[in-house]
Design a protein around this ligand. Structure first.
Ligand code: SF4
Length: 73
């Protein structure tokens, strides 16, 4: 069974957006945070390289949350 990302409890992005229910958001969480492929996450890579978190509005892709995406439930 897939394991959640080991940073999930402390990730400001996940904690800000985790209650979003739209398919697009849930897909992001499944792909990266909830045991999909967290090793592809740019936020995670940045954390392990710098010891810091990027802004909460940076997605696992490394791009800013777009206005359209932010408007989704
Ligand atoms: S956004 Fe990245 S670092 Fe944060 S919980 Fe998801 S996979 Fe982990």
């Amino acid at each position: 069974m897939a394991k959640d990302c080991e940073l999930i409890d402390h990730c400001c992005f996940f904690n800000k957006f985790k209650n979003r229910q739209s398919i697009a958001w849930q897909g992001i969480f499944r792909i990266y945070c909830l045991g999909g492929l967290p090793f592809l996450c740019e936020r995670r890579r940045f954390h392990f390289e710098s010891g810091q978190q990027p802004s909460e509005n940076i997605m696992p892709t490394g791009k800013l949350v777009s206005r359209g995406f932010a408007a989704l439930p």
